[in-house]
Design a protein around this ligand. Structure first.
Ligand SMILES: CC(C)(COP(=O)(O)OP(=O)(O)OC[C@H]1O[C@@H](n2cnc3c(N)ncnc32)[C@H](O)[C@@H]1OP(=O)(O)O)[C@@H](O)C(=O)NCCC(=O)NCCS
Length: 158
C-alpha cells in the first residue's frame, strides 16, 4: 500500500440522476433496485478513490427507503468514507431528492462495507482516514458501534 492516509473530503463522491420512465417500477415510483445499483456504484467509487485499488461490497446495512421518487425528480447521491478497519472501509451513502430551488429532501441512506483487494483478489490493507471535522469524528465513533454489531451478526450467522 503506497498511500498512507486520505481525508474524507478527498474521496467524497456525488452523482446526480434525473428519474426517467425506464427507472420506474410498475407503481410509477423509482424502482428500489435501480437506486440500489446507483448507491452501490457510488460506494464503489468512494472506495476506489480512498484506496486506488479494486474494492468489493462485503455488506450493506441500515438501508432505508425514507420516501419515494418519481419521474422527472432529480436524485442526488453523496457517498463518503466514515471509518476504516484493516482491509475494509465503511462508506455512508445519502440520497436526496432536489427541488428546482435546490432544496434537498432525504429519500434513502445506507452504510456499505467495502473491502480492498490486491492483485490476487485477496483483502489488503486500506489507507488510514484523516478526520478533520467534529462531524467526521462523531461519525467515526458511531461507525465503530455499527462495526461491532456487524461482527456480532456475522459471528451469530444472522
Ligand atoms: C467480502 C469478503 C472478501 C470477505 O471475506 P472474508 O473471508 O470474511 O475475509 P476477511 O475475514 O479477511 O475479511 C475482510 C474484511 O471484510 C470484513 N467483513 C467480512 N465479512 C463482513 C460482513 N459480513 N460484513 C461486514 N464486513 C465484513 C472483515 O471485517 C474484514 O475487514 P477488516 O480487515 O477491516 O477487519 C468475501 O466474503 C467476498 O469475497 N464476498 C463477495 C463480495 C462480492 O462479490 N461482492 C459483490 C460484488 S462487488
Amino acid at each position: 500500500m503506497s498511500i498512507k492516509s486520505k481525508k474524507v473530503s478527498e474521496t467524497m463522491v456525488q452523482t446526480v440522476h434525473m428519474v426517467r420512465p425506464n427507472h420506474l417500477n410498475a407503481a410509477g415510483r423509482l424502482f428500489g433496485g435501480m437506486l440500489m445499483q446507483w448507491i452501490d456504484e457510488v460506494a464503489g467509487l468512494v472506495g476506489k478513490r480512498h484506496t486506488h485499488m479494486n474494492v468489493i461490497t462485503a455488506s450493506v446495512d441500515n438501508l432505508r427507503f425514507l420516501r419515494g421518487a418519481y419521474q422527472r425528480d432529480v436524485v442526488v447521491i453523496i457517498g463518503k468514507v466514515t471509518y476504516v478497519g484493516n482491509t475494509s472501509m465503511e462508506v455512508k451513502v445519502d440520497t436526496y431528492k432536489e427541488s428546482l430551488e435546490g432544496e434537498r429532501t432525504p429519500i434513502n441512506h445506507a452504510y456499505f462495507t467495502m473491502v480492498a483487494l490486491d492483485e490476487n483478489d485477496k483483502p489488503t490493507q486500506v489507507p488510514r482516514l484523516e478526520l478533520e471535522t467534529d462531524e467526521e469524528r462523531e461519525e467515526w465513533e458511531r461507525a465503530k458501534k455499527r462495526r461491532e454489531i456487524r461482527m456480532m451478526r456475522k459471528e451469530e450467522g444472522f
